[in-house]
Write a protein that binds this ligand. Structure first.
Ligand SMILES: [Zn+2]
Length: 168
């Protein structure tokens, strides 16, 4: 029998990690969210490096458990999840596929810092398009939406409110 490390590649593991959803936004995987930074093997042990989206994110424990359970299901039992806080996660790491999934889910994906983390609207920035109808006639209603990382907008085209995932 081959030693375990030659049976798996980091690329394969990264593929499998697409099955691990973000607990807060289940339509997006932790890979497309951009929090999985690296996969490597040290002998038979698989080390997955993740960077939390926001400091003190309570979902991290859940994500670590999900990673272990998905990889365990593939026969990878020695998994170590390593948290790296620096460099800090940024919405730039979100994949195009992840942004599209957010839009379909009804959340406007992050763009060039229309609202920064402190919640200050920067007027020079382009408007956030409505994920429902695509209208750019949208208005910021609340700097904090369903969670602190989102802002609440209303579309003046279709009248619907929507969350905007703040760039950061
Ligand atoms: Zn709309």
């Amino acid at each position: 029998m081959k030693p375990v490390e030659s049976r798996f590649t980091p690329e394969q593991v990264m593929q499998w990690l697409h099955e691990v959803p973000d607990p807060e936004i289940p339509v997006i995987s932790v890979v497309d969210l951009g929090i999985v930074r690296d996969v490597r093997f040290e002998d038979a042990r698989c080390i997955v490096t993740i960077t939390p989206t926001y400091s003190g994110c309570p979902a991290m424990r859940e994500i670590e458990q999900d990673i272990r359970s998905v990889l365990g299901g593939r026969g990878l039992n020695e998994v170590h999840v390593e948290r790296v806080l620096s460099p800090a996660w940024t919405t730039d790491w979100m994949s195009e596929k992840g942004r599209e999934a957010l839009r379909r889910y009804g959340i406007a994906p992050p763009m060039e810092r229309a609202v920064d983390l402190s919640g200050i609207l920067r007027r020079a920035d382009p408007p956030v398009p409505c994920p429902q109808c695509g209208s750019t006639h949208t208005r910021l209603i609340s700097r904090f939406g369903s969670t602190a990382c989102k802002a609440l907008y209303r579309c003046q085209g279709c009248g619907e409110p929507f969350d905007y995932f703040k760039a950061h």
